[in-house]
Design a protein around this ligand. Structure first.
Ligand SMILES: [Zn+2]
Length: 270
């Protein structure tokens, strides 16, 4: 499943190719995605793409008088291809920009292509999203304030998009290791100092993943469109029983909210 770093790498890779381009045609081959592709999307020809932004895992293509909202779901990918390239199975949506075409492939159809002419922050899919982890908004004091009164374990707190967006399972485990925090710690017990360590760790973890994905930038501009598999070396994730890379204590695995959590019982404390 594409996580926030993959989506951000996609955004950065596409931005220079999309901004300022005229939409010459739109093709919706399969409107039955996670939600039906609205009719308004078929009428975008003639508009110019201004910019491509991101909120959580939603890509926001600014078309001047509204935004195309694209989500990659479980299996979606976006590619830029020479216009006229024959569509294959699972190629559900095209935004034709003259001689180049932005194409969505999504075998499992959990992705989305939506349109809004209204304020983005008021859109039902975006209105309740939490803080952007890579933005300045995720400052130590903000994380401290967000965690007050929260009995939830910090690992599950981090993965709840109503608090912070885009910290998936791998990144939550890795960030908590970097910050030296036991994943079972109740969120409200974190001191301001530990919130500072954690916000720093989240940013570092996501930035490393984005950097690792940067090497695959070319891949989805003209090639197979796969920007999803980042080869990052993890500290604890998926390393149950293996020695901690910092202290050699065996890494432990436990299940929290039906998701596997990995941590070092020596390096990470409550
Ligand atoms: Zn350790």
């Amino acid at each position: 499943m594409p996580e926030l770093p993959e989506v951000e790498v996609t955004r950065r890779g596409l931005a220079p190719h999309l901004a300022g381009r005229l939409i010459s045609a739109v093709a919706v081959r399969e409107p039955r995605l996670r939600w039906p592709v609205p009719q308004a999307v078929r009428k975008l020809a003639g508009r110019t793409v201004r910019a491509i932004g991101r909120r959580g895992k939603y890509l926001l293509i600014d078309c001047g008088d509204g935004h195309l909202i694209v989500h990659l779901g479980m299996s979606g990918s976006l590619r830029l291809l020479p216009s006229g390239t024959p569509a294959q199975k699972h190629d559900h949506f095209d935004l034709v920009l003259g001689d180049q075409t932005l194409r969505l492939r999504d075998p499992r159809r959990f992705g989305a292509v939506l349109w809004t002419a209204g304020a983005l922050e008021a859109h039902p899919l975006l209105a309740h999203l939490g803080v952007e982890p890579l933005s300045r908004a995720l400052a130590p004091a903000r994380l401290y304030a967000l965690t007050r009164g929260r009995r939830t374990r910090i690992k599950q707190f981090l993965m709840d998009a109503r608090h912070i967006v885009g910290v998936g399972n791998i990144y939550a485990s890795e960030s908590l290791f970097r910050a030296g925090i036991d994943p079972r710690t109740p969120a409200r017990r974190l001191s301001l100092e530990r919130c500072a360590a954690l916000s720093r760790a989240i940013k570092e973890t996501l930035r490393l993943a984005i950097r690792a994905g940067g090497s695959s930038l070319r891949d989805f501009v003209g090639a197979d469109g796969h920007a999803g598999e980042f080869q990052t070396r993890t500290w604890v994730y998926d390393r149950a029983g293996l020695p901690c890379r910092r202290c050699a204590t065996p890494v432990r695995r436990l299940v929290q909210g039906a998701r596997a959590t990995y941590f070092c019982p020596a390096c990470q404390t409550r």
